[in-house]
Design a protein around this ligand. Structure first.
Ligand SMILES: *[C@@H]1O[C@H](CO)[C@@H](O)[C@H](O)[C@H]1NC(C)=O
Ligand SMILES: *[C@@H]1O[C@H](CO)[C@@H](O)[C@H](O)[C@H]1NC(C)=O
Ligand SMILES: *[C@@H]1O[C@H](CO)[C@@H](O)[C@H](O)[C@H]1NC(C)=O
Length: 330
């Protein structure tokens, strides 16, 4: 392919500009085709959250999932929508900027990063961003196919026990399950609501370190689940995963164990849980993540219909899927 000579540029700059653009278009098209071929091999994930599309946690998670070979589309609220559970609304034009000034007032109800169209915001609730990711973005970016899995978070702050009922992160994952897709809600005890730019500008901050650790801890779990035959989860079921607060004992992902847990404390009338680790009563997720120096991640099996604990039958399904990476807590 010929390039525009210097005199040509001077004589006929318009034509030459056009040729340059045509070449650029060709290069971009070629890159897109190569990208599409590579993406065929990678399983398709919609990534959402409630802290907003520019939060450090979700962007570190996006990078880790991409690095692990997944085909990822991010669809998150335009601003922080923590604590909004399963609220839903029609997305509206921005009357305030997106969080951390990542889009101006007057931006459309749904928008994307012009340099990376896989990063999308939705100016409504977490449920609406999950829905937009599944119904609109997935068909567009995944060549008409549905996501293999919807992942939410990690949320800034634990979502363990009754907190799951108000969590927007859990709300978004629950929406995916109600639409027929397997989903995992992730949350972490350390870190704060800061921009993804902090990951580069202040890599040793607590949030940056937590964001990277939690992102690393998500991968073995996602890998294990997606390496099993479909269905990845029973219908109506999601996973609720909590990472503990950062401690000096547990800095590398390799130091952690994943423990099957239950969301709510059992009472005398609660039916038995799956039989594992020598008992038919799972530890609560709060009891697991509070043992923060022992480097334990809680993995609970949640029923989307009421955000409560799943039946022993559904816990068994998950135990069998995840057994290669699960450990007993002591
Ligand atoms: C958009 O993507 C570019 C390229 O990856 C990145 O440098 C920029 O920070 C992103 N902006 C937002 C708002 O995500
Ligand atoms: C955590 O770290 C402290 C200080 O390094 C050490 O004394 C303690 O034994 C560790 N705890 C566990 C459970 O490993
Ligand atoms: C699994 O959970 C679903 C949804 O809550 C329920 O309908 C089904 O009966 C459960 N299956 C088993 C084997 O317990």
């Amino acid at each position: 392919m010929r390039t525009c000579a210097r005199e040509e540029r001077i004589k006929a700059s318009t034509t030459c500009k056009f040729q340059t653009m045509a070449r650029l278009f060709h290069t971009v098209l070629l890159a897109a085709l190569i990208g599409a071929a590579a993406a065929e091999a990678g399983q398709k994930l919609v990534l959402t959250n409630d802290d907003g599309w520019a939060a450090a946690f979700v962007r570190a998670h996006e990078s880790a999932l991409n690095a692990a070979g997944y085909d990822v589309v991010l669809s998150c609220p335009a601003v922080d929508k923590s604590g909004t559970g399963s609220s839903t609304a029609t997305p509206t034009v921005l009357t305030n900027p997106c969080e951390f000034n990542t889009c101006p007032v007057g931006s459309p109800p749904e928008g994307f990063n012009a340099s990376n169209p896989r990063q999308n915001y939705v100016n409504a609730f977490p449920v609406d961003s999950a829905r937009f990711g599944i119904q609109t973005l997935a068909p567009k970016f995944f060549n008409g196919s549905a996501p293999d899995l919807v992942v939410a978070g990690p949320n800034v702050g634990s979502n363990a026990g009754s907190t799951v009922l108000i969590s927007g992160t859990v709300g978004a994952a629950t929406e995916a399950v109600l639409e027929g897709f397997p989903a995992i809600a992730f949350s972490g005890g350390s870190g704060s609501q800061v921009s993804y730019t902090t990951l580069e500008s202040d890599p040793t901050s607590t949030t940056s370190r937590a964001a990277l650790l939690y992102a690393d801890l998500s991968i073995p779990l996602v890998n294990q689940l997606l390496s099993t035959p479909k269905p990845f989860l029973p219908g109506g079921i999601l996973l609720n995963v909590n990472f503990p607060s950062l401690t000096s004992n547990c800095t590398a992902a390799s130091a952690f164990k994943y423990v099957l847990a239950r969301i709510n404390p059992a009472s005398s009338g609660t039916p038995p849980d799956v039989s594992t680790c020598g008992t038919t009563r799972l530890p609560t997720e709060n009891s697991i993540i509070s043992r923060s120096t022992e480097c334990l991640v809680s993995v609970s099996v949640m029923q989307a219909s009421n955000k409560g604990d799943a039946t022993a039958g559904n816990q068994t399904f998950v135990l069998e899927k995840l057994s290669p990476i699960l450990s007993c807590s002591s």
